[in-house]
Design a protein around this ligand. Structure first.
Ligand SMILES: *[C@@H]1O[C@H](CO)[C@@H](O)[C@H](O)[C@H]1NC(C)=O
Ligand SMILES: *[C@@H]1O[C@H](CO)[C@@H](O)[C@H](O)[C@H]1NC(C)=O
Ligand SMILES: *[C@@H]1O[C@H](CO)[C@@H](O)[C@H](O)[C@H]1NC(C)=O
Ligand SMILES: *[C@@H]1O[C@H](CO)[C@@H](O)[C@H](O)[C@H]1NC(C)=O
Ligand SMILES: *[C@@H]1O[C@H](CO)[C@@H](O)[C@H](O)[C@H]1NC(C)=O
Ligand SMILES: *[C@@H]1O[C@H](CO)[C@@H](O)[C@H](O)[C@H]1NC(C)=O
Length: 668
C-alpha cells in the first residue's frame, strides 16, 4: 500500500492537536500562524510553572468618551469636575457578576480559591499553575517560541477554549496566543531610521547659521527668541507668585539636557532666569539627567529653553523615562510611553483592557533590568502625581505598531486602545496632554515603512502618526515666520523642502488616522474642511478599504493636528553652541506653556486645571490665530493645504493668549 506523505503528515498533526474540548466550550482566541521570525521550538513541559492571568471584561469602557466629554465639554454642567484616580478605577472595574462567574468556573475546575488573586485594580484574576493544569483548564497546548533575530523567548498557544456560558466575561487570557513583534525589522535608510527617529520628533539643528541677532523683534523671521514667542502669541510677563501645584510636565526619553546649555541660553536670552535653574527631576525606572554639555540632547535642551522663559518662575517637572539600556537601545521596545504612564498611575501597571494586561514583557522594558548596568529596582508604579499639563515631543507612526494589532478588527486593537485609554483616563483626571504632530507632513520619517516614509505597495499612501491620532490628546503642528515677515503678521505652516539651506525636509505633521474614526468634537470642523477646501486626492473610507481606488488617506479617520505653534528657526544653545533648531518638538512646549500659564490664572481665582482641551478648543476656534498659508508636503504630493478654520496642517491655529485666557477663565 502506498501512503501519501501528505496524508501521513496530516494524520500526525491531528494526533498532536488532539485535546478535544467539550461541547460546552468555545474557542476564545485563535491564530493561524506565528508572526514572522517567531519559531516554535517545542512543547512546554507539563510541570513548567506559569502564571495564568485572566483579563476580566471591564465595565463601561464604551462610555469612556462620554465620561471624558462630561468633564471636558464647555457646555457640560460637569465641566472641570475631574475624577480622582480611585473614581477612574471604579468606573471601569469589572462587574461583581463578572468576577463571581469567572471565579466559579475556576473553583469548579479544581483551582482552589485561595490560589486566586484578584488584583487591586479589579482588572484580573491570576493564579500560579503548572502548564498541565493550565492546558487542562483551557483545552489547549503550550509551546515555547523563540525569536530568530532577537533571541527573545515566549510561551504561547495557537488557540484556547473557555466555557461558552462565561465567555462574555473574559477579555483575554495570558499566556495565550500573543507573540508580539518585538521590534521593527526594516532596513535603515540613513539617519532618521535609527533608534530614536521612530519614537521622537527630532529637533533639527542648523549649525551653519547666520550671525546671531540678539533678541530684537525685527529679526524674528531669522531666529525665534523668547521675545518673538511672547510677541507672536501676546503672552504677558508671568506673575512672580506661582502656585506650587502647577509645575509644567515635560516628557523625555533617551535625550538629556545639559545645565551648561540652559545657563548659556538664560544668560544670552532670558537674563531674568537665574543661572542654575533646572527642571525638578521625576526620574522613572533608572533614568538620570542632566548630562555633560558635550553629550546634551537637542530635544531636551530645546524643550526647556522654550518653556522656561514662558512659565518662569513656575517650575518644570522632568519625566525622564527608562534606564539608558532601554532609552538608548538600538532596537527600541515598541511599547513606548507605557513605563511613563505606569509611573503616573500604578493601576496601569496591571491594568487590563482589550486584551492587554499591564505591560507586555515582549514590548515594554522589563524591570529589574537584567542587563549589565541596568536599573535593578522594581518597575515604578504610581510614584508621581501627574502635572496639570504634560508636553510630549516624541512619537512614531501608527504603522510602527506590531502587525498583530492591525490584523485584528478595530475593537480589538489592544495596545493602541490601551495607550489611548490611558490618555483618556489622564484627561478624566484633569491632565492636559499635548503631543508633537510629527515633522514629515503627510508622510512618516524617511525609512519608516519605506524610503519616503509612506505606506502601501507603491509607497504613496499617507502615514498617520502615533500616538497623535489618539482622539484624547491635543496635537500640535508647526508654524513659522517666513523671511521678510514679522511677528505682527499671521504665521504660515512650516514648509522647509530638503536641500539648501536645510538638509532634512520638514513640514508640519498632519492627516487622518487609519485606526480611530472622527471624534464628535471634531466632526463639524472636519466636515467644513472637506466641504469647502476639498483636498485634490483620491481617498478611502475605513482601513478595511486601505488604498482602494488609489486612495491616499482615510476620509473617515480622526484628523490631526488640533492646534499649532511656532516650530522653526528657534534660537537654542546645545552642546555649548548657538544654533537654530525646530520641529513640532518646539511647537509643543510652547503651546503647553501657554496652557500652563492659563491654568495658573484659573488656580489663582479658585478654579481647577483643564484636562482634555479639544472639546473647548473646537467649539471656540475664535480663541486661536487661524493659519491659512502653507501646506504639509510628503509622499510626492503637496500634502494638505491650510484653510480658514481647522485644517490637517495647523489644526485650529496658534495660541492667542488673551483670547484663550478669556475663554478658559469664563468656564467653571
Ligand atoms: C496645592 O495642593 C494641595 C493638595 O491638594 C492643597 O492642599 C493646597 O492648598 C494647594 N496649594 C495651592 C496654593 O493651591
Ligand atoms: C552667549 O553665548 C555665548 C556662547 O555662544 C557665550 O560665550 C556668551 O558668554 C553668552 N553671552 C552672555 C551674555 O552670557
Ligand atoms: C562629565 O565630565 C566630568 C568632568 O570632565 C567627568 O568627570 C564626568 O565623568 C563626566 N560625566 C559623564 C557622565 O560623562
Ligand atoms: C490598514 O490596512 C492595511 C492593508 O490591509 C494594513 O497593512 C494596515 O496594517 C492597516 N492599518 C491599520 C491601522 O489597521
Ligand atoms: C501601484 O502602482 C501600479 C502602477 O501604477 C498600479 O497599477 C497599482 O494599482 C498601484 N498599487 C497600489 C496599492 O496603489
Ligand atoms: C506663505 O507660505 C509660503 C511657503 O509655503 C511662503 O513662501 C510665503 O512667504 C508665505 N506667505 C506669507 C504671507 O507668510
Amino acid at each position: 500500500m502506498k501512503v501519501h506523505l501528505s496524508t501521513l503528515a496530516l494524520g500526525l498533526a491531528i494526533v498532536a492537536a488532539a485535546v478535544p474540548a467539550p461541547q460546552s466550550h468555545v474557542v476564545h482566541e485563535k491564530r493561524s500562524s506565528a508572526p514572522s521570525k517567531w519559531v516554535n521550538v517545542g512543547r512546554v513541559d507539563p510541570m513548567h510553572n506559569v502564571v495564568v492571568r485572566i483579563g476580566l471584561k471591564q465595565s463601561n469602557l464604551h462610555r469612556g468618551y462620554e465620561y471624558l466629554m462630561d468633564v471636558s465639554h464647555p457646555e457640560s454642567p460637569n465641566f472641570g469636575k475631574h475624577w480622582t484616580p480611585e473614581q477612574v478605577v471604579k468606573a471601569f472595574a469589572p462587574s461583581d457578576d463578572t468576577v463571581a462567574q469567572v471565579r466559579a468556573w475556576l473553583t469548579n475546575a479544581g483551582i482552589d480559591e485561595s490560589r486566586v488573586l484578584h488584583t487591586e485594580n479589579q482588572g484580573w484574576l491570576a493564579f500560579p499553575a503548572t502548564a498541565a493544569e493550565a492546558e487542562a483548564l483551557l483545552h489547549t497546548e503550550y509551546y515555547h517560541y523563540e525569536h530568530e533575530v532577537l533571541g527573545t523567548k515566549a510561551l504561547a498557544c495557537e488557540q484556547y477554549h473557555v466555557p461558552q456560558a462565561i465567555q462574555e466575561h473574559i477579555d483575554y487570557i495570558n499566556p495565550g496566543i500573543g507573540l508580539p513583534v518585538t521590534t521593527k525589522e526594516k532596513p535603515a535608510y540613513g539617519k532618521r531610521a535609527t533608534k530614536r527617529s521612530s519614537k521622537f520628533t527630532r529637533p533639527r539643528k542648523f549649525r551653519s547659521v547666520e550671525d546671531w541677532f540678539g533678541s530684537d523683534l525685527a529679526n524674528c523671521d531669522v531666529q525665534i527668541t523668547p521675545d518673538c514667542v511672547a510677541a507672536l502669541y501676546e503672552i504677558p510677563p508671568a506673575n512672580q507668585n506661582v502656585n506650587p501645584n502647577n509645575s509644567l510636565g515635560i516628557f523625555e526619553e533617551g535625550d538629556y539636557y545639559a545645565q551648561e546649555d540652559l545657563n548659556l541660553f538664560f544668560r544670552n536670552l532670558s537674563s531674568n532666569i537665574p543661572q542654575g535653574t533646572h527642571p525638578i527631576p521625576a526620574f522613572i525606572d533608572g533614568a538620570e539627567a542632566p548630562v555633560n554639555v558635550s553629550e546634551a540632547g537637542g530635544e531636551s535642551d530645546l524643550d526647556f529653553e522654550l518653556a522656561f522663559p514662558i512659565i518662569y518662575p513656575q517650575t518644570i517637572t522632568l519625566y525622564q523615562t527608562d534606564d539608558s539600556n532601554y532609552a538608548l537601545a538600538d532596537t527600541p521596545t515598541s511599547g513606548f510611553f507605557n513605563t511613563f504612564l505606569d509611573a503616573l498611575d500604578g493601576s496601569y501597571c496591571t491594568y487590563c483592557a482589550f486584551g492587554e494586561c499591564g505591560d507586555d514583557p515582549n514590548l515594554d522594558p522589563v524591570y529589574p533590568d537584567p542587563s549589565a548596568g541596568g536599573y535593578k529596582g522594581q518597575l515604578m508604579c504610581g510614584v508621581y502625581k501627574p502635572t496639570n499639563v504634560i508636553s510630549i515631543s516624541y512619537g512614531g507612526q501608527e504603522s510602527d505598531l506590531p502587525a498583530y494589532y492591525q490584523q485584528r478588527q478595530c475593537n480589538d486593537l489592544p495596545r493602541v486602545y490601551l495607550i489611548a485609554s490611558r490618555f483618556l483616563k489622564l484627561g478624566l483626571q484633569g491632565v492636559s496632554i499635548l503631543v508633537a504632530s510629527g515633522d514629515d507632513g503627510v508622510a512618516g520619517p524617511p525609512g519608516d515603512d519605506s524610503a519616503n516614509g509612506c505606506l502601501g505597495s507603491n509607497s504613496t499612501i499617507f502615514s498617520p502618526a502615533f500616538p497623535n491620532s489618539c482622539p484624547y490628546i491635543t496635537n500640535v503642528g508647526a508654524t513659522k515666520v517666513y523671511p521678510g515677515h514679522t511677528v505682527w503678521e499671521p504665521e504660515s505652516a512650516v514648509v522647509d523642502p530638503a536641500g539648501h539651506p536645510y538638509t532634512i525636509a520638514f513640514s508640519s505633521g498632519g492627516g487622518f488616522s487609519n485606526i480611530y474614526p472622527i471624534p464628535d468634537y471634531q466632526a463639524a470642523a472636519v466636515a467644513n474642511y472637506f466641504e469647502n477646501y476639498n483636498p485634490p486626492y483620491p481617498y478611502y473610507e475605513g482601513n478595511a478599504s486601505f488604498g482602494k481606488n488609489g486612495g491616499l488617506y482615510n476620509r473617515i479617520g480622526r484628523g490631526y493636528p488640533d492646534v499649532a505653534a511656532n516650530g522653526d528657526n528657534i534660537a537654542t544653545w546645545n552642546e555649548g553652541t548657538f544654533g537654530l533648531s525646530g520641529g513640532t518638538s518646539a511647537s509643543t512646549p510652547i503651546f503647553s506653556s501657554v496652557i500652563n500659564r492659563i491654568i495658573e490664572e484659573r488656580l489663582a481665582i479658585g478654579k481647577g486645571s483643564l484636562g482634555f482641551l479639544n472639546p473647548t478648543l473646537y467649539s471656540n476656534a475664535w480663541a486661536l490665530n487661524d493659519i491659512t498659508n502653507g501646506t504639509n508636503p510628503g509622499c510626492g504630493t503637496e500634502g494638505f493645504s491650510t484653510a480658514p478654520g481647522w485644517d490637517p496642517v495647523t489644526g485650529l491655529g496658534t495660541p492667542n493668549y488673551p483670547r484663550l485666557l478669556a475663554l478658559f477663565l469664563s468656564l467653571p
